[in-house]
Design a protein. Structure first.
Lengths: 370, 104
């Protein structure tokens, strides 16, 4: 039986970020990754490191998202130092466009609420007129009546990030084992044995469940309830063009290589990542073209759907099993934006055996009274 | 560098590759015309400016991007030649028309 300091189930952005953080502290980690038959949410992200609109009515989540954004430069620098991979992080601030006076006044109200709720933590933002926004990005469409802007927002390449995590973990002595389907978990406090399909047995005093929607069948084995479901998001990608957008927006961003990505679609409770509906793609494209009319000239070279994880209240869930201390389960929607918090803040908590601060407020105990 | 396979197609069309007129069998792809013409490159990559030629010839690799009849970033392996077609080097990233003007 192979022994490790921690077993991580799930090799996507959440599992890899935590595994990286644990590896950085000298622990020997095994990542069990099921394979490309799974939904692979971490291969379909839009790539925002976003804070505006995060945690309305939940200031602890807003702080957590902001802390992650603040940690991102440290994470990107460390990954680059270890692996030579540039993850393409830029945090110049971000824009959320409003296409009607109604959208704009709702947005202004929401941003004011975030600031009120942020209290001493602070929240800088500005509501912009069309003219002010047009001075920040080229070729802004006249349908954009205004925008909100915060200095904290940014974007990053999700795939280079995932690759850099995997490389850094393996350089640090961790093991990434693809094609590893969990057959059974034998749980006891600080003693977890996992039997893999094929019969191999692995053991560690810590177990981290970070398998996205794959957490659903495994949570009961750790005495935890499930509060997540699927949400499908679609993305359109254009041909590469000259550098035009100096900052990301909620629905349109330009990658470091020049492609324009168009996103921000949501379809509830869809498990299918293999088909795409033309009506959703049309709506996304129309809104993008309303924001930047010059996009209409560009060719779409790729499109995909990804089935993402959505906790029932939209906020991430960080749990340690009360029944089996040492077992943790993490589920979140924003695996890219929160990756820095997961690697640099959450992993040390796992190592120390206690979830504290914002994470303790984001446990699934919040659902107990429902 | 590249020779065409023997073909039973007898009809030929003339196309212009980087300013040079050549004759290729009707039904050829624009990428095949680029290779037949012996061009040293068909695009410069948008990230590093590296010179590239068509590679997969089946619409997958995007290394054959060319400006065809004035339209940039065309996958030339997926485009059939027509008489008088102008195929030119794709110089790095495209600049979309209108991107630097604000609508008012």
């Amino acid at each position: 039986m192979e022994q490790f300091d921690a077993l991580v189930i799930g090799g996507g952005l959440v599992g890899s970020a935590v595994a990286f953080g644990l590896t950085e502290s000298g622990m020997r980690v095994l990542i069990l990754d099921e394979g490309d038959v799974t939904l692979r949410a971490s291969r379909g992200n839009f790539g925002l490191v976003w804070t505006q609109s995060k945690g309305v009515g939940a200031p602890h989540y807003h702080r957590w998202a902001r802390k992650s954004a603040r940690q991102w430069p440290t994470l990107a620098a460390r990954l680059s130092e270890l692996t030579g991979i540039d993850v393409g992080l830029e945090q110049p601030g971000g824009l959320h466009f409003c296409l009607s006076e109604g959208e704009l006044s709702d947005r202004a109200e929401m941003m004011a609420r975030l600031k009120r709720e942020a209290g001493d933590f602070g929240f800088d933002y500005r509501m912009l007129t069309h003219q002010e926004a047009a001075e920040m990005v080229p070729g802004l469409g006249k349908q954009v009546v205004g925008a909100s802007w915060t200095p904290y927002d940014g974007h990053v390449g999700p795939l280079p990030t995932l690759r850099a995590f995997h490389q850094a973990i393996q350089q640090g002595g961790g093991i990434y084992r693809p094609g590893s389907s969990v057959q059974d978990i034998d749980a006891a406090p600080h003693d977890f044995r996992i039997r893999l399909a094929g019969g191999a047995l692995v053991q560690a005093p810590r177990l981290i469940l970070a398998a996205g929607l794959g957490n659903i069948p495994l949570l009961p084995k750790l005495g935890l309830n499930c509060h997540i479901g699927p949400q499908r998001g679609q993305i359109l990608v254009t041909e590469r063009v000259s550098r035009l957008l100096s900052m990301p927006t909620l629905n349109v961003r330009q990658t470091a290589e020049g492609s324009i990505m168009i996103g921000d679609s949501k379809e509830e409770a869809v498990f299918d990542s293999l088909t795409q509906k033309p009506d959703v793609m049309r709506t996304m494209a129309e809104r993008a073209v309303a924001c930047f009319p010059w996009l209409a000239e560009l060719q779409i070279v790729r499109a995909w759907a990804a089935v993402r994880i959505l906790p029932v209240d939209g906020l991430p869930i960080y749990d340690q099993s009360a029944q089996y201390p040492g077992a943790f389960a993490f589920s979140c929607h924003s695996g890219v934006g929160l990756a820095a918090a997961h690697a640099l803040l959450l992993a040390p908590m796992v190592r120390n055996g206690e979830l504290s601060g914002e994470c303790s407020q984001l446990s699934s105990r919040r659902f107990d009274h429902v | 560098m590249y020779d065409l396979r023997p073909t039973i197609r007898t009809e030929r069309v003339s196309v212009v590759v980087n300013g040079r007129t050549i004759s290729v069998p009707a039904g050829s792809s624009a990428a095949a015309a680029v290779l037949t013409a012996g061009s040293p490159l068909i695009r410069k990559t948008p990230v590093t400016g590296a010179p590239r030629l068509p590679y997969c010839m089946m619409g997958v690799c995007f290394d054959c991007l060319a400006t065809i009849d004035g339209v940039p970033n065309q996958q030339s392996c997926m485009v059939e030649v027509v008489e008088g077609m102008e195929i030119a080097v794709q110089e790095g990233p495209r600049m979309p028309p209108g991107a630097n003007e604000n609508e008012n």
